[in-house]
Design a protein around this ligand. Structure first.
Ligand SMILES: [Zn+2]
Ligand SMILES: [Zn+2]
Length: 402
């Protein structure tokens, strides 16, 4: 038996020993608090090591080759996207792409290798819990899966102008994205946490605080102190995070205007200059018969950002104007938004990946348009708002948790 305080609703509960394949959900808000996998941590360890190594050829080897009527030839690499967007649009987008597609996934795999390797081989590493917390926080910011889908859309989009072939780097990157998903599915987070520092077996008799990340029950420290297991803040104060989250949402709203009104891709070809907005890209893909890809772009580029924007505003207002009814529903909504928020990155990434492939000056040339950076900023701000928000705030102001 181990005592856990749900990170989403702050309810304390006793977690029994689980059999293989079993999952445990919070009795109040049905957050998944434990999932016992049938495989050992070695599977996740191997995946993390493989990601750490394979991501380099995936980024540096040729991603796609394109030809126009066998006359002109062009080859792109993921890393060349960074230089191309840097030259075409504002630098934050170029650096954002570099971090989300390469550096964060690499860093996360390295941290996981350290933590899981230390647990597997019994080599002590200081601040193990802290390293594992960082690797978990990087989960939302590592966008290998999003890059793969964006690459697919870019491949079909580029196919309209030229003959495109996938290069060896693309296959490496797809393998990396699959390994990340596999490693995550195989990872039993509750076991990792309890191996770093075991949870209490009995409910505390005196006043306690709890960790918002690893869900540890702590009796000997006060709210605001660092968690003894992961170094996260115990019972974090609402004020420090509510205002920045609200500010991120507020800043995203006006940026939506250039993001959706301006072109995210500009296509200069022999017929003239075509400017593609988000909706224009959907239309172009649908007109050429790639309507399935058009639907992906429509959902990821328009439906999800709008839902996240309205959803987060609603949740943040509910912290300020608490209401007991619907807490569970809002907590579930938050978890859904947290899952969805990264996917709109597909759109600016399509521009980033397509720009270096269709780069035939005077014949056919795609460059990232003026709308790409605001769109990137809107999505990054939404991701930040989701990261800063904690559903526990709603439960606390509604008087359901201390
Ligand atoms: Zn809960
Ligand atoms: Zn903790």
């Amino acid at each position: 038996m181990s005592m856990i305080v749900c990170a989403d609703c702050g309810s304390m509960q006793a977690l029994p020993e689980l059999p293989d394949h079993a999952t445990a959900e919070c009795h109040r808000c049905d957050r998944l608090i434990a999932r016992r996998t049938a495989v050992s941590i070695e599977v996740s360890l191997v995946c993390a090591i493989a990601v750490m190594i394979l991501i380099w050829p995936a980024v540096f080897l040729p991603l796609m080759q394109s030809t126009i009527r066998n006359l002109v030839f062009q080859q792109s690499r993921l890393v060349s996207s960074v230089a191309v967007i840097y030259g075409e649009v504002w630098f934050p987008f170029a650096f954002g792409f570099l971090f989300f597609a390469l550096l964060f996934p690499f860093l996360r795999a390295t941290l996981q290798t350290l933590v899981l390797g230390s647990l597997r081989f019994g080599t002590p590493i200081p601040h193990l819990g802290r390293l594992f917390r960082y690797s978990e926080e990087l989960r939302i910011w590592s966008l290998t899966d999003v890059v793969v889908i964006a690459g697919l859309v870019a491949y079909y989009r580029a196919g309209i102008s030229a003959e495109v072939e996938l290069g060896i780097g693309a296959w490496f990157y797809i393998a990396v994205a699959c390994l990340v998903v596999l490693g995550d599915r195989a990872l039993d987070r509750r076991t990792v946490w309890s191996e770093i520092l075991p949870d209490r077996a009995v409910p505390p008799m005196q006043h306690f605080t709890s960790c918002d990340v690893c869900e540890l029950v702590v009796t000997e420290r006060a709210a605001g102190d660092a968690c003894p297991r992961c170094g996260g803040t115990l019972d974090r104060s609402i004020r420090k995070r509510w205002a920045p989250a609200m500010a991120a949402v507020a800043a995203a709203v006006p940026l939506c205007i250039p993001a959706y009104a301006a072109a995210i891709m500009v296509n200069e070809n022999l017929a003239g200059v075509l400017e593609h907005t988000v909706l224009g890209t959907v239309q172009l893909l649908a007109d050429r018969g790639y309507w399935q890809i058009g639907v992906i772009v429509l959902v990821a580029g328009v439906a999800i950002p709008l839902s996240v924007l309205t959803g987060m505003t609603w949740l943040l207002l509910r912290v300020r104007f608490p209401h007991r009814e619907g807490l569970v529903r809002r907590t579930r909504t938050y978890r859904l938004l947290r899952r969805l928020v990264r996917w709109p990155m597909i759109l600016p990434f399509v521009a980033a990946i397509a720009a270096p492939i269709i780069n035939y000056r005077g014949i056919d040339d795609i460059v990232a348009g003026p709308g790409a950076t605001p769109l990137f900023a809107v999505i990054a701000l939404m991701m930040l708002a989701v990261r800063l928000f904690e559903p526990k705030f709603m439960w606390r102001t509604a008087g359901e948790v201390r």
